[in-house]
Design a protein. Sequence first.
Length: 510
Amino acid sequence: MPAIWFEEKTPEPSADPYRMDVALFVGLAPLRPLDRPPAALERWLQEGGWLDRVVSGACLRDVPVPVDSWEAFQGFFGRPEESVGEAAGLCPLARAVRSFFAQGGRKAYVVSMGNPLPEGAEAARRVKALERLLYGAEGPLGGRETLEDLASFSFPPLGSPEADTGTWHGIHHGIALRDVAFAAYPDLPYLVASPSDPVSVEIPPRRDPEIFVECSETEPPVPVRRVWIPTAPRCDPAGLQVWKKAVQAILLWIRQNAREWILAAALPLPEPQREASWWVEDMQEILAAEPEEGGCASAFFQGAFPWLTDPLEPGRLLAPDGPLLGILAVNALERGTFRSAAGRPVPGVSGTVPVLSWAERERAPDASRAMIRRLCLFHGGPTGVVLASDRTTSLDPSHGPGPMSRLMGFILKAARRLGDTLVFEDSSPRTWSRLQRALSGLLESIHLAGGLEGSSSREAFHVMCGPQTMTLQDMDSGRLVARIQVQPAVPVEALQVVLAMEPDGNIRMA
């Protein structure tokens, strides 16, 4: 039966190309049957060239859907807990979107590539879902059905989007969404997780007949048995390799097609027996090289860890990618995308898993410091959970701070917008001067907002556009080349001060 829509009159979605708070979520969300989408969404899909795909599929499969609240998401995709049939199952995408808005996010796009998988789905179904998530169809992964087979398989590129939107799948749709600044694949850790049988905590009914016995003077001690209840997906080495290859493919696509984006991803939890060596043996190896060299170190990648406890669903841990995107979004709106989000509280969560004790930090201080330099870490403190670091996984120290990469993304996005106004202009000194003035005005506004260092504009940035930046061939072909030099304001995320009390009661810095 087609879905019944109760639609409130809302303004049609608009895209501001200068926004740096909008996220694109690609994943698995319940697909409800529908004859026609709501009027505002129908007009928007028609303008973007996606309406025919919705009409032919009778659902919102593989099309971007703009949402500005958790309620709007539920209006399009329904409540995941109420889904039945093929749409029933665990929905990491829905939890990520909900936490994004809970942390202050204002707008997101959701691309559902299919219905969520049920918990405990067999490996073959998860591999097919991963294939559909990345490529939009079956076949690119060569018919492999296990994570062990995929771990040694070389993932093909995600492909460059063509002019025809009918050939786009998943992340490709983001090319037409000019206000997108972040991308996320919330289902990845779940699709590469190790199979695990849930531990039953139910007390079996007693079947022995009740009889009266004499009271004993001393009760025997009740044996205490610790059990591990899987509340989050856990990865073995094969699953971690598949996760790495999927992230590599996404990062390579972003580097080629959307350099102003940041990919935010939750790092998979290790299996319990590998927790001690997870960072030293696994993640540091993955982050030791750039995607072209088999790693995931990139200025376009912010990895989030550890996972969070969710009071709304105490039986399951919450992946940290959704909360991280919400924090980065509200930080961009309130303080500017060029400012660090480190230190911001994370409302609505009660703890982190795993918790790194002080004893563990002392045993592995180098690993602990390295994680803070390479990851977006959440940390529980006396006042609650906070985002302790805002970093990319880049090996280049100048691109390590997250605000640096986001600032460069904003400059690139704004420069493209300015370039659109000059497409039909000839390559002449008048056009060069116009572009130079426009870029200087943009950088001046960033400098005045505190995003660039320097007591004056001359110290903060320098823009050149003219014969010194272009060859004769560039000029003859109408190609404009501008050179921008900026001095970003370096964020200070934390200062460590050691105070020592002398025997006489005086305090000094140690």
